[in-house]
Ligand binder design. Sequence first.
Ligand code: AMP
Ligand code: MG
Length: 391
Amino acid sequence: MISVSEALSIISNISYTPKATTIALKDANGLVLSEDIHSPIHMPPFRQSAMDGYAVSPNNSNTYEIIGEVQAGSPKDYTLLPGQGVRIFTGARVPESAKSIVIQEKVQRSEDRITVDGEILINQNIRSAGEQIQKGAVALTKGTKLTPAGIGFLAGLGVTEINAYSSPTVAIITTGDELIPPGTELKEGQIYESNSIQLEAALRQLHIKKIQTYVVHDEYEQTKKTIEEAINNHELVLISGGISVGDYDFVKKALTDLEIKELFYKVKQKPGKPLFFGSNDTTHVFGLPGNPASSLTCFYIYVLPIIEKMRGINTSGLERTSKALTADFVKKGDRAQFLKAKIADQSVEILEGQSSSMLYTYAIANALVYIPENINKIPKGDLVETFILPR
Ligand code: AMP
Ligand code: MG
């Protein structure tokens, strides 16, 4: 059995060269760019009006003759003499000879003449060509994680495809003879299988789409065969349950027989003591405890940083913060604990119902409070290390 910090350091020392792939921009939210993207155009591509109003060629007076109109999208150009102007709208191309846009709220119009109220400043309300980015300049750098804003920015430059690190293909294997799928009727002794859908949701939140779920009974040969197939076809394999020491827990033996190199097995923590992590040349394998809260906590603390490496993300797991406890806390036992909690402003409340089999408080938690193994009492108001759960 190793400590949480030893287990986390093994995870953080795993090196992984993420694979790059070309992908349609519309499918790239959350992906990390594997190379710089240069702008193919000036943005904006032309001098653009920032307002609805009048484009004028100033002549030190405040009255102008209006000789035409430019709508957004129109290629029309006008040669304005000093003292002339055109009606113009937001986003429209500003005639070369216009030097200023006067907003319509500052103008009185009478037929083809306007009178401007106030000063006219050169270049006011005009976006210059390439003001946001010049053609050929770096729009986003390698390593940037795409967000909806990033996708919008690149689409605005005309980009349709990008090169990004691909997300791993992931297998989820559930074990347990007591499990039946939700949607069927429970018989005596059975419970609904919930870890696969929970893990799949957590994976999807990390922008992983290639997920395959396998179901095995508590039976050695089938367990081994299924894990072997999953390892051969996926870069990451998450096995739920069957990793403990019960007579019907076959996962550990199967992994040993399949020559998965053990990197750690059993961590001095609550929940999630019987956690396994191992690898072969192609695949990382986690044996997650079957209890639903343990399974999810081990996913967030140990699996998520590995997934980040695979996706080319340069961070080390969940975002951490320090928050003041809302109540005294007393820990029993000598294992480190990850406690379902709720952050509000500068403080954090450890929630009721911490059992590893229970999800009812996890469902409303937004954080996990970490209590190191050597600490047993923390008074209200003291700062505790708190992991923020992805939303
Ligand atoms: P195990 O790790 O296989 O000993 O399972 C520990 C506990 O978690 C048992 O109460 C199981 O019934 C429960 N459990 C295991 N797998 C799942 C699952 N996929 N969904 C819901 N509960 C599970
Ligand atoms: Mg089991």
